[in-house]
Design a protein around this ligand. Structure first.
Ligand SMILES: [Zn+2]
Length: 183
């Protein structure tokens, strides 16, 4: 990606700029997610995010985004993951809050299970989101720099505690990890 959008080092990763300037997708914070064309009825479950492949839009639930800005970044990144990995058929993708997991398992653990809890593409999008928001080389460096302080990492990466904690487990080698301190 062009250096002026992101230099690969500066935190937090400007995921909205990347979505917009690199992939040409419009991010919209909306009050009524069920207003999207083709969306399932609100009674089918709360939608956190969705990807409209036709017009090239990502919608995120406004109230959820205001309450949890880290979650909003994760949802946007999850939808970008769908755009890059899964949007081959031009179908819109609707993601309920329960399928966007900020602490995904590693893919091998998911594929080994006979019956995964959520469709595989949702876990793939979660892993994509964790990877773009918390690149492993930057997580390792920052982790050392702040002596494993989760609160500090949450600020640096602008991600939730849940997302940071899982990412640390996945990318920081066990023998480098600090004992967890109470928040
Ligand atoms: Zn999804």
């Amino acid at each position: 990606m062009p250096e002026y959008i992101w230099d690969g080092e500066t935190l937090p990763v400007p995921v909205e700029d990347i979505v917009d300037s690199v992939y040409g997708l419009l991010v919209r914070d909306v009050d009524d997610m069920s207003a999207a064309p083709g969306a399932p009825p609100a009674s089918a479950g709360h939608l956190s995010g969705l990807l409209l492949t036709g017009p090239g839009e990502i919608w995120v639930d406004r109230a959820e985004g205001i309450k949890w800005p880290g979650r909003r970044r994760f949802t946007i990144s999850h939808e970008l993951g769908h755009h890059i990995l899964h949007s081959t058929g031009g179908q819109p993708l609707f993601c309920r809050g329960t399928v966007i997991d900020e602490a995904p398992e590693v893919l091998a653990a998911v594929t080994k299970k006979r019956k995964p809890k959520v469709p595989l593409i949702e876990t793939e999008a979660d892993i994509f989101a964790a990877s773009i928001l918390m690149p492993s080389h930057l997580m390792k460096t920052q982790y050392e720099r702040c002596d494993g302080e989760i609160e500090r990492l949450m600020k640096d990466f602008k991600c939730s505690q849940k997302a940071i904690t899982r990412r640390v487990l996945h990318v920081v080698p066990r023998d480098r990890r600090r004992p967890r301190r109470p928040a």
